[in-house]
Design a binder for this molecule. Structure first.
Ligand code: ADP
Ligand code: CO
Length: 338
């Protein structure tokens, strides 16, 4: 864009999907998404951000890292003589407005979609191109996976701090069209422990996590890529469930322990296993991230029935509330009929 074209306002809006790790910390795009608008103007006095309509603290280190890094890349491109750098975008302050169409900080990866979207939108405003997943990682580790669609593998970098790790597409979103994702919102409340600080404590204290990282995850990644490649639902589902369970075991092995699952989450786990046992076939899988909400994978032909089963055991609240929310269901009451 021409330098100082006299524009008072430049504005760009983008959206990014959330992503769910099937080997914790490859995944799937979903309709849960973040929409972010970045405006820049010489009339703005300072950088500001609004999340879901509420102004947030722009001085948070992760936000600052993302802003700083994009501006640095834009400056570098400008000094390299690239013509499309928006110099107005570079020298002016930005106002960021972001909305998640799903609960924020409740274990549904808002940080991933949020930072992926923020970094991408900023890059459009400032005219930055190239590999942005490294930048988005400054905001949230899992954000680099939301920068691409389909099935994505997160590849560790060379530096110990992981800041140079990036995400690579394993298969495009068209690869497995029958695969479906259901999200059962157990609780829309903000989780007590943020994913990043929780992960930090786990790295420091959990022996199981170390074993998992050294001996379990590398082999599982290979098996998972193979399962996705062959569209082998049984293999995909079993790996996904085992990996979710082991991840939550490492949370329990963290000292002090971290509890992300609640009684309703555990009921969902029981229900899935009973359902699969009933059919003597693995038709449905669950995974839980750092929160109590269940992400269910199944094939299209099973969706309708499984949704009926869920509704049967976890009737939606009559006041229009969310699925499963806060229901005191004891595990023993589950699916005796299955
Ligand atoms: P989650 O399980 O939803 O990822 P985290 O604790 O990992 O929860 O991250 C939540 C934090 O991510 C929020 O407090 C906020 O700082 C950041 N975040 C979430 N959504 C956005 C967004 N749309 N834009 C910018 N930052 C966001
Ligand atoms: Co997160």
């Amino acid at each position: 864009m021409p330098e100082d074209s006299g524009k008072e306002l430049t504005m760009v809006t983008c959206s990014a999907p959330v992503n769910i790790a099937v080997i914790k910390y490859c995944e799937y795009r979903m309709i849960l998404k973040t929409t972010t608008t970045v405006a820049c103007s010489r009339l703005f006095q300072e950088d500001r951000i609004w999340l879901n309509g509420k102004e947030e603290d722009i001085t948070q280190p992760r936000l600052q890292s993302c802003l700083r890094e994009i501006r640095r890349l834009a400056r570098k491109r400008r000094s390299d003589g690239e013509a499309d750098v928006d110099t107005a975008g570079l020298s002016h302050k930005v106002h960021i407005c972001s909305v998640n169409n799903f609960p924020t900080a409740a274990g549904l990866a808002s940080s991933a979609a949020g930072y992926a979207c923020l970094v991408y939108t900023l890059s459009r405003v400032m005219g930055v191109e190239g590999e942005l997943s490294v930048v988005s990682r400054q905001g949230s580790g899992s954000a680099c996976r939301s920068m691409h669609g389909g099935f994505v593998q997160w590849i560790m970098g060379q530096q110990g701090d992981g800041k140079d790790s990036l995400a690579q597409q394993v298969e495009p979103e068209t690869h497995w069209p029958e695969l479906r994702v259901l999200v059962l919102v157990v609780s829309a409340e903000r989780k007590p422990v943020g994913s990043t600080s929780g992960m930090q404590t786990s790295v420091e204290t959990s022996i199981l996590l170390k074993h998992r990282a050294d001996s379990v995850v590398p082999a599982r990644m290979k098996e998972m890529i193979e399962a996705v490649h062959k569209r082998d639902f049984t293999a995909f589902a079993e790996l996904t469930m085992k990996d979710s369970n082991q991840f939550h075991a490492t949370c329990l092995d963290t000292y002090p322990p971290i509890f992300y699952l609640n009684d309703v989450s555990r009921c969902v786990i029981n229900l899935v296993h009973r359902y699969n046992r009933h059919y003597r076939e693995t038709k449905v899988a669950y995974t839980f991230d750092a929160g109590p909400n269940a992400v269910i994978y199944t094939l299209q032909q099973n969706v309708e029935e499984f949704v009926q089963v869920v509704k049967h055991f976890f009737p939606p609240e009559t006041n229009g509330g969310q699925f499963l929310k806060g229901l005191p269901v004891a595990p023993t009451t589950l699916s005796e009929e299955l």
